[in-house]
Design a protein around this ligand. Structure first.
Ligand code: PFF
Length: 457
């Protein structure tokens, strides 16, 4: 399979269009949907936050999703290579910008996967506990969680298992590994989620949960909540670090980038909302408060499962859901790094997967043993690196690409394509970059200092 750099081999491709949509949805749907979205929605008060989040998906998520996919498809290479190919006509400036953005993107993949894998490892631990393979702490889920986080050995163990799961699949290839797995994981994930939904529909709490998520109370909306919603739009759709560029580069020329991008964004959003409905149903049925924070899934829920009829099974299904979501996202994080070293530096896929997978695993050891270390990389990437990457990608897509490259994806839409292309150009040139810049400045505390917004964090 793997040949040296001297014998150029045909570039990897998705087997089918559906396979690509499932892989890209697999990247988007992850811990961000099932762990983070529910807890931030809980913290920021529900409906109004959800509405702002939906607006961010529309104004930032969708335009950037299209930009990344079209850059990948037209550029036909890893994130740096695709950007360089499409900005070549801009001379040295385009080249420098491509190298900067590409390096930032690959760095983001590296850093995010290092701590993402540790949190995914927690999901494996809770799955194992739910299955009864390891005994749960008699003092409840909080004690189980604290024992896990407090035990370097356990955290490192599950982090290692997760990284092996990711590396093994990426090393097999785009079609044989990533597409093959996502084509199975994604339907399973949706199936589990729907079963859980039916279950909470029967056992109670669903009506309260729906009301919490969909009835906006704008008095609860803070500047901080808006910033969080903007930042989360990047993370949840896997934008700002070239994951969609890389996945887009394995598409055939005639692919319907616009429709597929919309499908991925809609699926991601629907799954986040459904996960929120399931989780808050359990929380409300037990008479608990929704604002438990990051511990919602690992501390609050497992205890509540125990009190539900058939709760063990529910718990097992839930943690399978979390693991499947994390696994398919982890693949894309590593793929960005691997594609870069394969395309730019002539590595074989197998060597790049194992070598860089091992380095990421090594960096992740820090997050496995220290919460502060994890918070540092989480903040660095989600607050700064992804928005910065997204900002530059928006500027490149809107201002630097040739019109033929820029608008290629809309051609397949026929008559509807032209007005849509115009709307997209307007948004990606002005709206998206300005909104992202505001988030970036706010997260850096600069707006705070100027007295515009109280962000608190
Ligand atoms: N979208 C993933 C989630 O919501 O958990 C996280 C992620 C995956 C971010 C891949 C970025 C990325 F490139």
């Amino acid at each position: 399979m793997d040949r040296g750099p001297d014998s150029p081999k045909p570039r990897a491709r998705w087997g089918t269009r559906l396979g690509f949509v499932l892989a890209a949805s697999g990247s988007a749907v992850g811990l961000g949907n099932i762990w983070k979205f529910p807890y931030i929605t809980g913290e920021y008060g529900g409906g109004a936050f959800v509405l702002v989040y939906l607006g961010c998906i529309l104004l930032i998520g969708l335009p950037l999703m299209y930009s990344e996919l079209i850059i990948g498809r037209r550029g036909g290479k890893d994130v740096l290579g695709a950007l360089r190919a499409l900005t070549r006509h801009r001379g040295p400036g385009g080249r420098i910008l491509s190298v900067l953005t590409g390096t930032l993107a690959v760095g983001s993949g590296f850093f995010i996967l290092s701590y993402y894998s540790v949190v995914a490892g927690w999901a494996i631990h809770f799955l194992v506990v739910s299955l009864g393979i390891t005994s749960r702490s008699p003092d409840g889920a909080e004690a189980t969680f604290l024992a896990l986080v407090g035990s370097s050995a356990l955290s490192v163990l599950w982090h290692s298992v997760f990284m092996l799961l990711v590396i093994g699949v990426v090393a097999r290839g785009v079609h044989e590994g990533i597409e093959f797995l996502c084509s199975r994981l994604m339907p399973a994930l949706v199936g589990i989620l729907l079963l859980l939904l039916v279950y909470v529909g029967l056992t109670g709490g669903l009506a309260l949960s729906v009301e919490f998520l969909f009835r906006p109370d704008f008095s609860k909306l803070s500047g901080e909540a808006i910033l969080e919603a903007l930042g989360h739009a990047f993370f949840t759709l896997s934008l700002g670090m070239g994951a969609m560029v890389t996945y887009g580069s394995y598409l055939k020329r005639d692919t319907y980038v616009v429709r597929d991008g919309v499908t991925v964004a809609v699926l991601d959003t629907v799954i986040a909302l459904l996960a929120g409905m399931v989780i808050f149903s359990v929380v409300f049925a037990a008479g608990m408060e929704p604002g438990a924070g990051p511990g919602l899934v690992f501390v609050t829920l497992p205890d509540l499962f125990l009190d539900m009829p058939g709760g063990t099974l529910f718990g097992v299904a839930f943690f399978f859901l979390l693991l499947f979501a994390a696994w398919s996202s982890g693949l894309s994080l590593l793929e960005v790094v691997v594609a870069y070293f394969v395309d730019e530096h002539g590595f074989s896929r197998t060597a790049a997967s194992w070598l860089f997978g091992a380095l990421i695993w090594g960096l992740g050891l820090g997050s496995a043993v220290s919460g502060d270390f994890m918070d540092f990389f989480d903040n660095l990437t989600t607050r700064y690196m992804l928005p910065l990457g997204g900002l530059i990608i928006a500027v490149i897509a809107g201002w630097l690409l040739r019109p033929a490259d820029r608008e290629a994806g809309f051609l397949s839409l026929g008559d509807a394509g032209t007005p849509l292309a115009r709307a997209w150009t307007l948004i990606i040139r002005f709206v998206t970059p300005i909104l992202v810049l505001v988030v970036l400045l706010a997260k850096m505390g600069i707006l705070d200092r100027l007295g515009f917004l109280r962000t608190g964090g």
